[in-house]
Design a protein. Structure first.
Length: 245
């Protein structure tokens, strides 16, 4: 449909799952797209899957100095930026007594501190108008056991969507958030969940299935496009009804 024709976009954590699918949709809608990731093999796989038009930027989302390097690469390659989708993140679950300072810092650095300073570094490059979309989680709304730190990081990111929407709108930058529920991505394999655990999870979702990355990507495209020009500081929950229980 070319809803993003002549626009430039950056997707953090764009090598798998929601990030990869969103990069695919951005390209299909006519945007020039860059993705970040820290795994060289995953970055190369994304390039092979999406083609040479994709700009690959190796970066650790939790490393603050790296965010300035990402912004400099965007400046050199694109000159300006229309769309930022902050998708990179980690999910670490543990009971309260199992956390230590280093592990907590890793989660907050990746899920909040790095994204915060990436926005700051990109600020001079954003066009007017521009769109920032933050990938948050329904965990910031529900009291899931063992998710205290993860939920806090996503709650901080959701708060950032609201505060920056007021702070940056005078520059023409809209900020919105998507709070995702259980989406079928490689995350669950990384967490050690097999078919029995996934079936048990699906039974708790009113929609009785996991969400698809394409369903989240479609929402990101809406927030990124001019169709949502009057949508500012909003949160869209995509969770199959799970947070309504």
């Amino acid at each position: 449909m070319n809803r993003l024709s002549h626009k430039t976009a950056l997707v953090t954590g764009g090598t798998s799952g929601i990030g990869l699918e969103t990069a695919r949709e951005f390209l299909a809608e006519g945007a020039r797209v860059a993705v970040t990731g820290r795994n060289p093999a995953a970055l190369e796989a994304a390039r092979k899957e999406l083609g040479d038009k994709l700009l690959i930027i190796p970066s650790d989302a939790g490393d603050v100095p790296s965010q300035k390097k990402v912004a400099e690469t965007i400046r050199q390659e694109f000159g300006r930026l229309d769309i930022l989708f902050l998708n990179a993140g980690v999910v670490e679950m543990a009971p309260l007594e199992a956390w230590d300072e280093d592990t907590l810092d890793r989660s907050f650095n990746t899920n909040f501190k790095g994204p915060f300073f990436l926005i700051q570094s990109l600020l001079p490059l954003f066009k007017n108008p521009a769109s920032i979309v933050l990938m948050t989680s329904i965990n910031s709304h529900i009291g899931m056991p063992n998710s205290s730190v993860y939920s806090a990081t996503k709650g901080a990111l959701l708060s950032l969507a609201r505060t920056l929407s007021g702070e940056l709108i005078s520059r023409g930058i809209r900020v919105n958030a998507i709070s995702g529920g259980p989406i079928a991505t490689p995350l669950y394999q990384k967490l050690g969940m097999g078919d029995p655990e996934l079936k048990a999870l699906e039974s708790q979702i009113p929609a009785k299935r996991l969400g698809r990355p394409s369903e989240v990507a479609a929402a990101v495209v809406f927030f990124a496009s001019d169709e949502s020009a009057f949508t500012i500081g909003s949160e869209l929950v995509i969770d199959g009804g799970m947070s309504n229980l």
